[in-house]
Design a protein around this ligand. Structure first.
Ligand SMILES: [Zn+2]
Length: 94
């Protein structure tokens, strides 16, 4: 009887340990990974040629806006226009 109870207790302890491990492990991973990663937000703009469909992205420059002519198309020398401005998130591992 005593041996049976012992085995039951051991099984319970193992089950409890596994439960703790499975609940704690994802939490631990998320805590440690969020600390070692750096999230950097960068303003990027999409420039494109409305004639041939050429598209390129570049860093946002102060004063730029959607519809602004920012250069000439390398393919057909038409005007390159800012099509969109958006934030790009980069995650770096430290
Ligand atoms: Zn073009």
């Amino acid at each position: 009887m005593l041996l049976q109870l012992d085995a039951l207790m051991t099984a319970l302890l193992i089950a409890l340990f596994l439960l703790l491990l499975t609940t704690l492990l994802p939490w631990l991973i998320s805590v440690t990974s969020s600390k070692s990663k750096v999230v950097k937000e960068e303003l990027v703009e999409l420039v494109g040629c409305p004639k041939c469909g050429y598209e390129s992205s570049r860093k946002y420059e102060k004063g730029d806006y959607v519809g602004k002519v920012v250069g000439t198309c390398p393919k057909d020398s038409n005007s390159l226009i800012v099509k969109a401005i958006y934030v790009e998130k980069h995650t770096y591992a430290q």
